[in-house]
Design a protein around this ligand. Structure first.
Ligand code: THU
Length: 165
């Protein structure tokens, strides 16, 4: 029997410790929570992607009376960025959530389907995509989408080959 571990490094920042560019991106994610269409959950999620040329694309969750037809904020933004600026890599993605009249104190952890889409985006452009998760108490930074979804299903798996990791 062999055993191996996959470690995830998470850096936790106080608001003042973030760079000005990151604060601006997170502010956009926070602002977009207010555009959330979430009449069923009342859980307002905003996301903002900074692209390789500095462009910021923002978005929010979109719910539906047929619940599974809705979409999370992260995928809304990544699909919008991919549709509008297919040639630009996503450098950093920021996420914030607002419910019961305030932003969450702790960062909200993206769902599995969004992590899968984040990973595809990262692999598509061949560059790590940083992820910033906003909480009123602290902001978490993941240096890549892969670190949020270890041992994931990726395009190489479709070829049935040996994993290079
Ligand atoms: N939601 C997101 O937009 N992103 C997440 O990471 C978690 C959940 C949305 C989906 C749904 O509209 C609401 O939050 C409650 O699950």
């Amino acid at each position: 029997m062999k055993e191996f571990t996959i470690d995830t490094r998470i850096r936790s920042f106080a608001w003042e410790e973030l760079s000005e560019a990151d604060r601006r991106l997170v502010e956009e994610a926070k602002r977009k929570t207010q555009d959330s269409y979430s009449p069923y959950s009342h859980f307002c999620v905003g996301a903002a992607a900074r692209l390789s040329d500095g462009t910021i694309v923002g978005g929010c969750n979109q719910e539906n009376a047929a619940y599974p037809s809705g979409l999370c904020a992260e995928r809304t933004v990544l699909f919008a960025a991919g549709a509008m600026h297919p040639e630009l890599a996503v450098e950093t993605l920021a996420i914030a959530a607002y419910t019961d009249g305030h932003f969450t104190e702790d960062p909200v952890s993206p769902c599995g389907a969004c992590r899968q889409v984040m990973l595809e985006t990262e692999n598509r452009y061949g560059k790590p995509m940083r992820v910033l998760l906003y909480g009123a108490n602290h902001v978490y930074e993941f240096s890549s989408a892969e670190s949020l979804l270890p041992f994931s299903f990726i395009s190489e798996d479709l070829k049935g080959g040996v994993r290079a990791r």
